[in-house]
Design a protein around this ligand. Structure first.
Ligand SMILES: Cc1cc2nc3c(=O)[nH]c(=O)nc-3n(C[C@H](O)[C@H](O)[C@H](O)COP(=O)(O)OP(=O)(O)OC[C@H]3O[C@@H](n4cnc5c(N)ncnc54)[C@H](O)[C@@H]3O)c2cc1C
Ligand SMILES: Cc1cc2nc3c(=O)[nH]c(=O)nc-3n(C[C@H](O)[C@H](O)[C@H](O)COP(=O)(O)O)c2cc1C
Length: 513
């Protein structure tokens, strides 16, 4: 690095303020190096989300480590917030010119480069109309059932979905499934009409995007392209606005589009994206000029797979998986629906593009290790997987405790009886449920842990006990950690330092979303 003289580092944050896997080796080497870095100039662009308490922590870690090794900051660290309305695109576009200028170059005008080219044809007999190609990296699962777990009229609705796995797809307790959702068929139809396209036209697709950045197969119909691959439900990207501005023939509308893109007036973009989806944007602005299909596809974000914790164990559900999913609603008056959660509950849905992948939850490698689980809302999903897995273990099995938080008594009657049953059959020894909106005394899982130190210590005093948390971030994992430290100090008669060291011995599995 010292020889290169210059480093631009772009780094996201994962887990609970941790480095992404592919940055760990770099960071370890940086910590260990004895190289003189005083001639190295660098800048860090940190990607993160303000939904997490340790915002952009990994970027800051690298930035500070480089500074401590004597390297010179070319520009101060810049944070991009994936939870902001433009997902940090505006902040990136402000950072890029200063970075380019600091490097001694002239900032080129931002234009949208076409990364796709299409050859159009029609053939009503082509089997593609009956059997679309699978999205790259996915296989077809089959939706078997959708059970609503919340009482009638309860908002947000929680579902248990059961999906049949394709032959050869396997998983383990604690794994995730990635689901590639599809757009609402009515939106797809309106967008295709607005763009004057024919839904049955066949496209041979070529792309210059590197592998892993594209899920569109080599051959698709226009209908498949807009149903399965382009995100029509999300927020219009700045590049999509640029593409429509280039061809806009209406002066007033063109000025509107320029305002959305003006980095000095972010309010306009933010107002647009509060209540306009990509589909609605395309439908409105295609009246004033239609960009090429290549430009639209290059500028429209592709549908990103959504991850879900599998809520079953392979031993129990042989060739299928259970999922526990809460519907996502947002926007003014909660009138808008999340892409994947609305796709999954759509009437008549059968095929679902999926793949299973390792999660950060795994059952203790030593089955005699006790477990303390803490879950909020649909964070119960991976705990159900671990509990099902326990049912099938033989030999000496460690005890298990679950602290579960939900809003009201009777929010999830089916789940309540499943959990109660685990206690009755002896698969789980301690179950505590906190109701955060029941009556006048609001109880959270943190309160239940604090008020039951003897139960917690019964588990925690054994350093083999594994700890699991799944639910929203919002500082909860840190609060739970502080409680465990406090209980260790009180019950184990340790100083804070000793208690911190003792707690660190326990394997931790934390999944926040
Ligand atoms: C490791 C992991 C495990 C998970 N496990 C589970 C699980 O077991 N159960 C579960 O229910 N969830 C789980 N999730 C969350 C899940 O992956 C999805 O994020 C969630 O279901 C929402 O998906 P969606 O497509 O319906 O919403 P999206 O369409 O992705 O919308 C999400 C948010 O984006 C914003 N947004 C989207 N479009 C627009 C727009 N046009 N305008 C303005 N704002 C917009 C809104 O704020 C909205 O609330 C998990 C996540 C992770 C990372
Ligand atoms: C499981 C998970 C954990 C995350 N943890 C953090 C975190 O601790 N701090 C943070 O700033 N961002 C966190 N993020 C947000 C990512 O850093 C952010 O989404 C970033 O833009 C990553 O790139 P992506 O959006 O392309 O995935 C997390 C995201 C996920 C999915």
């Amino acid at each position: 690095m010292a020889k290169k003289g210059l480093a631009i580092i772009i780094c996201s944050t994962f887990g609970d303020g941790e480095l992404p896997n592919n940055a760990m080796k770099f960071y370890d080497q940086l910590c260990e190096t004895t190289e003189d870095l005083s001639q190295l100039k660098y800048t860090v662009l940190a990607l993160g989300s303000r939904d997490y308490p340790k915002f952009c922590a990994a970027g800051h870690l690298i930035d500070e480590k480089l500074a401590s090794k004597g390297a010179q900051r070319l520009l101060p660290l810049v944070e991009l917030d994936a939870s902001s309305s433009d997902k940090g695109e505006g902040a990136f576009e402000s950072w890029a010119p200063s970075a380019v200028m600091a490097l001694g170059f002239k900032m080129p005008e931002i234009t949208v480069k076409s990364t796709f080219s299409f050859k159009h044809s029609t053939n009503p007999e082509d089997p593609i109309h009956k059997q679309p190609l699978q999205p790259l990296g996915f296989e077809w699962g089959v939706m078997l059932s959708n059970t609503v777990l919340t009482p009638d009229g309860f908002n947000p609705t929680m579902h248990r979905y059961q999906i049949k796995l394709p032959v050869g797809m396997t998983y383990e307790a604690g794994d995730h499934v990635a689901i590639l959702a599809q757009n609402n068929p009515e939106t797809v139809k309106s967008v295709i009409t607005a763009l004057h396209l024919k839904e049955d036209e066949i496209l041979d697709v070529e792309t210059t995007l590197p592998e892993g950045f594209n899920i569109i197969p080599e051959k698709v119909t226009v209908k498949q392209l807009f149903s399965q691959y382009l995100d029509l439900n999300g927020i219009p990207s700045r590049n999509l606005i640029r593409v429509f501005r280039q061809v806009c023939t209406n002066q007033f509308k063109k000025e509107d589009l320029s305002l959305y893109l003006d980095p000095s007036q972010p309010r306009y973009y933010s107002d647009l994206t509060k209540d306009t989806s990509i589909g609605e944007f395309i439908i409105e602005f295609s009246s004033y000029g239609i960009p090429s299909l290549e430009a639209i596809v290059s500028a429209t974000p592709q549908i990103r797979p959504r991850l879900y914790s599998i809520a079953s164990a392979p031993e129990n559900t042989v060739r299928s998986i259970d999922l526990i999913i809460t519907d996502v609603q947002f926007g003014p008056g909660g009138t808008r629906n999340g892409l994947c959660t609305s796709f999954l509950k759509r009437f008549g849905l059968t095929k679902v593009a999926i793949h299973c992948q390792k999660g950060c939850f795994g059952y203790p490698t030593d089955p005699s290790a006790p477990m303390i689980m803490a879950a909020l809302g649909c964070g119960i999903a991976p705990m159900l997987s671990l509990l099902q897995h326990r049912e099938n273990l033989s030999g000496k099995i460690g005890n298990a405790a679950l602290f579960f938080g939900c809003r009201y008594r009777n929010t999830y009657p089916i789940l309540d009886s499943i959990l109660q049953n685990y206690v009755e059959i002896g698969s789980m020894q301690d179950l505590y449920v906190a109701y955060s909106r029941e009556g006048t005394t609001k109880t959270y899982i943190t309160d239940l842990m604090m008020s039951n130190p003897d139960v917690v210590w019964k588990y925690w005093s054994n350093p083999k006990t594994e700890y699991y948390y799944c639910g929203p971030a919002r500082g909860i994992p840190d609060q739970l950690h502080d409680i465990l430290v406090q209980i260790t100090m009180d019950k184990g008669h340790m100083t804070r330092e000793e208690a911190e060291a003792f707690c660190a011995q326990h394997p931790h599995h934390v999944e926040s979303f």
